[in-house]
Each structure stands twice: as C-alpha cells, then as structure tokens.
Design a protein around this ligand. Structure first.
Ligand code: NDP
Length: 332
C-alpha cells in the first residue's frame, strides 16, 4: 500500500517537505476483515488543524504515521460476509491507495448509476451534511429567511446555498474568490447574488448588496472580515452558524476579532459554533432528504478532481488556496 505521512508540523502554509510517501506491506486478512482499494480520497480544511500539535475536536496527526481522512473505495478481498468483494464503501483510511481492517470500520454505500462514488465525500457525504446541520440545527433556518453564505463555491458553501433554497429561504447571497465562481453560483446554483470578496472589502460590498433588508442567517465558512461584514447586516434575532474560519487556518499571528461584536447584543443575535462530531445522528434525515432532492435533479454539484495519490498534497494546498469549485477530491 502506498501511503502519505506527515513528518513535520508546518508553520504557516504546509510545504511538500512536511510530508513523505511510503510503501507498506499489508498482512494477510484475518477473519472478519476486508481489503479496500480506494477510488477517491478527500482533502479537507480541518486537516490543517490536525497538522498542529494542539488539542482540538479531532486529535492531531501523529508524525511519521499515515494520515487518515474520508475515502471511498471498493472491497477487493473479503473475509466478511457483510462486505463481499465489489461492495463500494465509505471509511476513514484516506491518504493511501489500499487499506484493510475489520468490516465494521467500513460503511457500504449505494451506488447511484452514472454518478461517481466521490459524491459520498461531498454532496451526499460529510460536507453536504455539514451544510444541512448548520442551516437547520444551528441557524434554525425558517421559510422566508434571507441568507448569506461565505465560501459559497466550496463543498459546504455550494451545498448550503441550495439547501437553504430547498428549505424556503427567500434570498440567498454568497461570497467567493473569483468572478467565474460568482457567475457559476448565480447561473447554476440558484444564488440571487454572489460577491467576489477579492474585488473590494466584503464589509462594504455586502452592506451595499443587501441594503436595508439585511439578512436573517449567516452561514460562516470563512471567519475574520466575512464574520465582521455579516454582523453589520444581520437583522434583529438573526442567527450565525459558525462552521469554519478558513481565512485564519494558516495564520501564524493572532488575528483581530470583529470590531462589531456589540451588534450581538443590540440586535439580539445568536452566534453558535458546531462540529459534525456532535451531529452524526442527523445522517439518516440528511441522506433521505438530500437523496430525494439529488435524484430528482434539484441539486447541482461540481467536484474538482486531482488525479493520483502523488498529487494529494498539492490537492490539499490548492483547495486551501481556492483552486477548487465544489468538493476537492483526489482520484486514485
Ligand atoms: P471548500 O471546498 O470550501 O474549500 C475551501 C475554500 O475556502 C476555497 O475553495 C477558497 O475559495 C476558500 N478560501 C480560502 N481562503 C480564503 C480566505 N482567506 N477568505 C475567503 N475564502 C477563502 O472547503 P469545505 O467546503 O470542505 O470547507 C468549508 C468550511 O467549512 C471550512 O472553513 C471548513 O473548515 C468548514 N467545515 C466545518 C465542519 C464542521 O464540522 N464545523 C465540517 C466541514 C467543513 P475562494 O476561491 O472562494 O477563496
């Protein structure tokens, strides 16, 4: 099995020197075990946090050990009746081509004709579920709400915009880092408006775009200037789902907080962070609703696919820099 390991803890932006590729001999299967060939592995922003030696909601990657993360593949050898050869499975042994272990560590997924298994890492997987959880459980989205979503062209953001619409949002505005992304989101994903945050300060652009109608819900993937911009325009009893703060993940200096936190008080706002670890019980509800929307053609999705395990680190870095539209995955 070819595997990627973290060998040093990056300061600021990770570099190739922080990783190495190793080849590992896999032992024969034991009773109850399966061997899986990965087809797609996921690269996600939270993995940057795991490269730090700091307590967080997922433990740090160990130096000199193979990294883990979401992956989908197919059983190629089996000593378990539960998962015969050929079964497509979702699991956490990413960053490698071949893996094996007890069948209970792998979840069989339904193959959707004409759709790559990678959807189980994105729109039908963790990132889509994150968008749904943030909107329903954290922001308590109601019909008629006006919604702002940052990082709107990414995996979570592009799902959030469409889910908000399905749940009855009256107006959905997003932000993204290029005009091409903004155009795609309005034309294909049904956003009412999308701001390119690189054009001018997001605080100014957002206030102008939403005017006196403001927004009722802010889905925050970015933090920093975007959170500050949202706090300026949230209506009374507005809600913020704090999902991510990607503008800060590679910072080496302390970042200033929003200067308008007092708006929380003035406008009786609610700001609540969450991580999926506390919400896996939503999976069944999410999958049933999203599968219906998805198979009836109500949901668009894009993926950025990078070919080859040897480009996995590049894929991770490119995703952090915004090279992706929709979910970034590595095909193996
Ligand atoms: P994305 O697919 O959204 O990829 C990351 C995107 O972030 C890039 O495409 C880039 O798009 C944008 N970006 C990078 N730097 C900046 C910046 N300085 N300012 C604004 N945008 C920036 O990743 P995911 O969908 O997987 O994750 C989105 C967010 O959700 C992350 O913050 C992540 O940590 C969080 N998350 C949280 C979870 C939870 O349980 N709470 C679970 C999963 C994800 P652009 O071109 O627009 O700049």
């Amino acid at each position: 099995s070819t595997q990627i390991q973290l060998v040093s803890r990056p300061e600021g932006w990770p570099t190739h020197e922080d990783f190495r590729t190793v080849t590992v001999e896999l032992p024969d299967l034991q009773d109850g075990e399966v061997r899986v060939r990965n087809e797609f592995i996921s690269v996600d922003p939270y993995m940057r946090g795991r490269m730090r030696d700091e307590p967080s909601y997922v433990p740090p990657f160990e130096l000199g050990e193979t990294m883990t993360g979401g992956a989908v593949g197919r059983v190629v050898e089996s000593r378990s009746e539960d998962l015969p050869v050929g079964t497509p499975v979702l699991h956490q042994d990413g960053w490698r081509d071949l893996t094996q272990g007890p069948a209970k560590e792998f979840t069989a997924v339904q193959e959707i004709p004409g759709t790559p298994l990678s959807v189980y890492l994105g729109i039908l997987g963790m990132t889509g579920m994150t968008a749904y959880t943030g909107l329903t459980r954290i922001a308590e989205l109601k019909e008629g709400d006006r919604v702002f979503i940052s990082g709107a062209a990414g995996a979570v953001g592009s799902a959030a915009g469409q889910i908000a619409r399905q749940l009855g949002a009256s107006y959905v505005i997003g932000s993204a880092g290029s005009d091409e992304k903004a155009k795609l989101l309005t034309e294909k994903y049904g956003f009412d408006a999308v701001l390119n945050y690189k054009d001018a300060p997001i605080r100014k652009q957002l206030a102008e775009a939403v005017g006196k109608d403001g927004v009722d819900v802010y889905y925050d993937n970015v933090g920093g200037d975007h959170l500050e911009a949202a706090l300026d325009v949230l209506n009374r009893h507005g809600r913020v789902a704090a999902c991510g703060a990607i503008s800060q993940y590679n910072n080496t200096e302390r970042t200033p907080g929003p200067d308008n936190m007092a708006n929380l008080i003035k406008n009786s706002l609610k700001l609540e962070g969450f991580t999926m670890g506390d919400h896996w019980d939503i999976a069944e509800e999410y999958l049933s609703r999203m599968t219906e929307w998805f198979t009836s053609g109500k949901i668009a999705y894009d993926e950025t696919v990078v070919e080859g395990l040897d480009h996995a680190v590049d894929a991770f870095l490119d995703m952090m820099k915004g090279a992706n539209t929709g979910k970034m995955v590595v095909s193996i």
